[in-house]
Design a protein around this ligand. Structure first.
Ligand code: PBG
Length: 308
C-alpha cells in the first residue's frame, strides 16, 4: 500500500569543500565535515558506490581572501573549480552542482555587490555570469543560482549558450525564503554574519509568509530557461513544493537545509527523538509532497541505509 519510496537516486549530497588539507568538522552540524579537494574526490567515488547521482558543493573560503565585491568568486584556480575537476576525474558519472552566488566570497556576507547599503541587482548579475561560466568550464554539470537577483536565470542561460555550454543545466533556487534555518550554513562555509547596518537578505529572498510570490518567481525562472527549480528551505515549505509541482509539472527539488539537519541531529543526540527514524521520515515527506529529488546533508547516511 506504500505510495512513495525514497531511494538513493532521489538524493543530492550537499557538501562543503575547503581550501586546506584533510577534513574539518562543522561544530553546528555534527557528522558534517569540510572536505579538502582530495577528500571531495574520494567522496564522489563514495557517492557513485552508494548510488547517489549528484553532489552539490559549497566553498569555505579563508576570511583573508574575501572582499566587498567577492572578487575571487570567478577565480578559475579557486577551490570550487579544483574540486569539480578532481571529482569529475574520480567519478565522472556523478553529477556536480555548483552554487552561483557571491556570499562565500564577500566579507559582508551578502550574496551580491553592495553599494550604500543596497544590493546592486544588475552589477551582481555580471559577476554571477563570470562565476557560472567559470564553473561550467571546470566541468560542473548543473549550475544552481542561489543569489536571487532578478533576471539572472535568463542572463546566465544566454551566456552559457553563447560560450557553447549547451548541455550545462540550470537548477534555479526559484522559491528561496529569507529563513532562519540557514543558520548553521554560515558556520559551515564561514560566511560573514550580516552585521548591524548591513541589512538582511529580505530584499532578495522571499517573505516566509508568501505563496503567490513563489508562483510568480518560479514562472519567471522557467520562462527564463531554468531546467529544474528548487524550494528552500525544505520541510517547513512542503505546501509550496506541492503547489509548484501541481502548477508547473517541472522537476522540482527540495533543499533540506543546514538548520533542518542540525535540529534533527541535536534532538537525536539528546535522546529527544529517534534520529534515524526522523531522518528517514523527513526524506519520505519530501517525496510524498512531490519532490523530484532532495538536496540533503544526510545523503551518504541515508543512501547507505536505503541501499543496503
Ligand atoms: C547562499 C546560500 C545559502 C544556502 C545555500 N546557498 C544561504 C543563504 O541564502 O543565506 C543555505 C544552505 C543551507 O542552509 O544548508 N547563496
Amino acid at each position: 500500500m506504500r505510495e512513495t519510496e525514497v531511494r538513493p537516486s532521489d538524493l543530492i549530497w550537499s557538501m562543503v569543500v575547503h581550501e586546506g588539507e584533510g577534513t574539518v568538522p562543522v561544530a553546528s552540524m555534527p557528522g558534517v565535515e569540510r572536505l579538502s579537494v582530495k577528500e571531495a574526490a574520494k567522496a564522489a567515488v563514495r557517492a557513485r558506490d552508494l548510488g547517489i547521482p549528484a553532489i552539490a558543493i559549497f566553498p569555505h573560503i579563508d576570511p583573508s581572501r574575501k572582499d566587498a565585491t567577492g572578487s575571487i568568486a570567478a577565480d578559475p584556480d579557486g577551490v570550487i573549480p579544483r574540486a569539480v575537476k578532481a571529482m569529475k576525474d574520480a567519478a565522472p558519472e556523478v553529477g556536480i552542482m555548483c552554487d552561483v552566488a557571491l556570499d562565500p566570497f564577500t566579507d559582508h556576507g551578502h550574496d551580491g555587490v553592495v553599494e550604500g547599503g543596497k544590493i546592486l541587482n544588475d552589477a551582481t548579475i555580471e559577476r554571477l555570469i563570470e562565476q557560472g561560466l567559470m564553473q561550467a568550464a571546470a566541468g560542473a554539470d548543473i549550475l544552481a543560482p542561489s543569489d536571487m537577483m532578478d533576471g539572472r536565470i535568463g542572463r546566465l542561460r544566454g551566456a552559457l549558450e553563447g560560450d557553447g555550454w549547451h548541455d550545462t543545466l540550470i537548477m534555479s533556487y526559484a522559491a528561496k525564503y529569507a529563513s532562519a534555518f540557514y543558520g548553521p550554513y554560515r558556520d559551515a562555509i564561514g560566511s560573514a554574519k550580516l552585521s548591524a547596518g548591513q541589512g538582511d537578505k529580505k530584499t532578495y529572498q522571499m517573505d516566509p509568509s508568501n505563496t503567490e510570490e513563489a508562483i510568480r518567481e518560479v514562472a519567471l525562472d522557467i520562462a527564463e530557461g531554468a531546467d529544474m527549480v528548487m524550494v528552500k528551505p525544505g520541510l517547513p515549505y512542503l505546501d509550496i513544493l506541492r503547489r509548484l509541482v501541481d502548477e508547473f509539472r517541472m522537476p522540482t527539488y527540495a533543499f533540506q537545509v543546514s538548520g533542518e539537519y542540525a535540529m534533527i541531529k541535536a534532538a537525536g543526540a539528546n535522546g529527544w527523538i529517534d534520529e534515524e527514524r526522523a531522518i528517514l521520515e523527513s526524506l519520505a515527506a519530501f517525496k510524498r509532497a512531490g519532490a523530484a529529488g532532495i538536496i540533503t546533508y544526510f545523503a551518504p547516511w541515508a543512501a547507505q541505509k536505503l541501499g543496503g
